[in-house]
Design a binder for this molecule. Structure first.
Ligand SMILES: Cc1cc2nc3c(=O)[nH]c(=O)nc-3n(C[C@H](O)[C@H](O)[C@H](O)COP(=O)(O)O)c2cc1C
Ligand SMILES: O=C(O)C(=O)c1ccccc1
Length: 389
């Protein structure tokens, strides 16, 4: 047997015979602890912090505990397959790397390092509109590996259109429109640390290199960087967005469109009506609305509304293989891994992200087998028991 899962499992276990000289953690929480040690307060809390009192951020992780896996036995789980299909393309596993902006504040390897780590494990990478390196540079570093582009809808529609065309030209295979961030939330940590990386010109590479963005400036960013940053701040978010803008985008591109940040079943139904290809159930890692429902709690209601008509992905709280199992059993087709990759990046750059993802894949493959399944498609809600507090 030479499945993908078996290969990652073998790679992970072989380190028992040849211990890693860097001694990178295997315990997930240790990555978090080490990241805390290597990052200064500003960048650390930018990544690890959430909106308001951070209740939703904590709930995202805790709510997974309300569902317990009930494993099945004697089911011959020797041959396994973690692959999935989305929009007519086969992917090696149900993991994707979540779009995360400003990775230059975490490690000099930045977005390119994270993207390369994902690519070497055949995991799709979602480039953020707020990436530190341009979408073209990131794409150029991962060649034919699967990649999607996350769109922050700019107030200037010409910039938005230009981003989509650039993403198409650079080989991105889907557009993820993030809906939950028309403005930055009330983030007490960042306010206290007086830390907003964009104001230092971090995370705006796609804008500074964009012809439509540059057109709107009276002086080029090279001559007046402060003016360019000020223009970015004024135009970045778009609180005026409505479903009609989604209808416009549907006409504008043939790439699959996913809406990220859906939590309400009625919005999920609207997404179907507006003919997008998928949604991502997410509360942005608890970084936007404190007090919002956790993503895993929202998932069953959303899947019920969608009835399999479009793809449903989820993020916010995925930390281990068993979390992936639960999300898939509750109806997700795939999940996005966010902060864990950033802790890996902080600790060991590209190599750290690779380790985080490889460990999660191996954990997922093993836990899938021990649950009594040979493919992720077999996962269903009847394999979980909900514990009501
Ligand atoms: C530092 C940081 C930056 C992020 N930047 C973006 C972004 O640019 N675009 C986006 O759609 N989501 C962004 N997100 C949200 C992630 O895509 C994802 O929804 C979130 O991290 C999931 O929560 P988790 O990481 O706690 O599992 C960001 C998250 C973090 C932690
Ligand atoms: O910080 C975030 O959560 C986020 O989505 C973002 C927004 C703008 C630029 C960079 C990241």
């Amino acid at each position: 047997m030479s499945t993908y899962g078996n290969q990652v499992q073998f790679n992970v276990y072989s380190t028992m015979h040849n211990p890693d000289p860097e001694r990178l953690p295997k315990v997930y929480e240790e990555w978090e602890e080490q990241a805390r040690k290597v990052l200064a307060d500003g960048p650390y809390y930018y990544v690890a912090g959430g909106a308001g009192g951070e209740q939703t951020m904590r709930d995202n992780v805790c709510a997974f505990k309300d569902w317990k896996i009930v494993p099945r036995m004697l089911r011959n789980v020797e041959e396994r397959d973690m692959s999935i299909e989305l929009f007519g393309r086969k992917y090696a596993s149900p993991l994707l790397v979540a779009p995360i902006g400003v990775q230059s504040i975490i490690h000099p390897d930045g977005d390119v390092g994270t993207a390369k780590a994902a690519a070497s494990l055949h995991i799709p990478y979602i480039t953020s509109s707020a990436s530190s390196q341009t979408m073209e540079e990131i794409a150029g570093n991962i060649d034919a590996s699967p990649k999607w582009f996350q769109l922050y809808w700019n107030r200037d529609r010409e910039v938005t259109k230009s981003f989509v065309r650039r993403a198409e030209a650079a080989g991105y295979e889907a557009i993820v429109v993030t809906l939950d961030t028309p403005m930055m939330a009330w983030r007490e940590r960042d306010l206290q640390n007086v830390y907003l990386p964009f104001l230092q010109g971090e995370g705006i590479a796609n804008y500074l290199s964009d012809p439509a963005f540059r057109n709107a400036l009276s002086v080029p960013p090279e001559e007046d960087p402060k003016g360019a940053i000020a223009h970015w701040s004024k135009t970045f978010g778009n609180p005026g967005l409505t479903w009609e803008d989604i209808a416009f985008l549907r006409e504008f591109t043939n790439l699959p469109i996913l809406l990220k940040g859906i939590l309400h079943p009625e919005d999920a139904a609207l997404a179907v009506e507006y003919k997008v290809d998928g949604i991502i159930v997410s509360n942005h890692g608890g970084r936007q609305v404190d007090g919002a429902i956790s993503a895993i709690e929202a998932l069953p209601g959303v899947c019920e509304a969608v009835q399999g008509r479009i793809s449903v992905l989820m993020d916010s709280g995925i930390r281990r293989g068993s979390d992936v199992i639960k999300a898939l059993a509750l109806g997700a087709d795939a999940v996005l891994v966010g902060r864990p990759c950033m802790y890996g990046l902080a600790v060991a750059g590209e190599r750290g992200v690779y380790e985080i993802l490889q460990n999660m894949l191996a954990d997922l493959d093993i836990t899938l087998a021990l649950t009594g399944c040979t493919s992720v498609g077999e996962l269903q809600e009847s394999m979980l028991q909900q514990i009501t507090p």
